[in-house]
Design a protein around this ligand. Sequence first.
Ligand SMILES: NC(=O)c1ccc[n+]([C@@H]2O[C@H](COP(=O)([O-])OP(=O)(O)OC[C@H]3O[C@@H](n4cnc5c(N)ncnc54)[C@H](OP(=O)(O)O)[C@@H]3O)[C@@H](O)[C@H]2O)c1
Length: 256
Amino acid sequence: MPRVQTKPFQNKVAFISGGSRGIGLAVAEKLAQEGAHIVFTYLRSRADAQDAERLLAQLGSRVLSIRANMGNEEQIQKVFETIRNEFGALDILIHNAATGDLKPAIELSGEEWNRTLQINLNSLLLSARLSSNLMRDHNGKIVSISSHGSQRCLPNYAAVGVAKAGIECLSRYLAVELAPQGINVNVVMAGTTETQSLKKIPRHEEMLHHARTKTPVGRIGHPEDIANIVVFLCREESRWIVGQTIVADGGYSLLV
Ligand SMILES: NC(=O)c1ccc[n+]([C@@H]2O[C@H](COP(=O)([O-])OP(=O)(O)OC[C@H]3O[C@@H](n4cnc5c(N)ncnc54)[C@H](OP(=O)(O)O)[C@@H]3O)[C@@H](O)[C@H]2O)c1
C-alpha cells in the first residue's frame, strides 16, 4: 500500500502577529505551504491583509485575518477567544508584529516608552499565557522576532531595543517554565531585512548601503531568509533548541 504523505504542519493552527506583510507574511506562507491553518493580525492596512489572505488561501489553508492592536490587552484577549471559537486549539505562536517610537532614549515621553514596550514586549507575555492554554499534545512552539538593537545601540532605537532585549530574556524564562508542558520557546534575531518597515527609519538608504557592504554574503536579508529559520524552529526536529536566540543576518554581526 503506498503511504499517504502528510505535510509537516497538516491541520496545525498557527497564529502570527503582524502577518499581512514582510517577515510575518513570509512565515505564514511557509507554514501554509506545509499544511498549517493561519490566523494573523494586522493593524493599519486592510488592503494588505486582504491580499495576504488571498495568497494564503490559495495554498489550501484556512485563513483568518483579524484587525487587532497588539498593544491593546483587550484586543489580544479577543484574538485568542476567536482562535478558541474558530479552531479549538493553537499549535504555533509567532510573535512578530512590531511598532515603536523612534527617538533617542532621553527624548522619549513616558507615554511613548510605555506604548513601545506594551506593543513589543508585554504582548509576548500575554500571548504566551493565552497560547499555553490552547496548545495541545505537548507540541507547542513559540517563536519571536528580535533584532540587533537588543544588544547594540542603533540610532533612535532605545525603546524598541529594550523591548527586543526583553523579548529575548522573557523567552528564556518562558522556555524553562513551559518546557514541562511540551512548549518550546525560541527567538530569531534578524539582521537588516528588505521590508516596508525599513522605510520608516530616518536615512534608511544610507543604512541599507552600510548593511549591504558589511554583510559577508553581499546583500541584505529577504523575508524568506528569516522565515526559513522561524519555520525550522516550529518543526519537531528543532526540539533540542530551547530558549535560544538564533542570529540570522548573513554574517553581518561577525564583522561590525
Ligand atoms: N525588517 C528588518 O530589517 C528587521 C530587522 C530585524 C528585526 N525585524 C523584526 O521583524 C518583525 C517584522 O518586521 P517587518 O520588517 O516584517 O515589519 P513590516 O513589514 O513593517 O510588517 C509589520 C507587520 O506588523 C503589523 N503590525 C504593526 N504594528 C502592529 C500592531 N501594533 N498590532 C498588530 N499588528 C501590527 C503590520 O500591520 P499593518 O501594516 O496593517 O500595520 C504588518 O503586518 C518585527 O518584529 C521587526 O522588529 C525586522
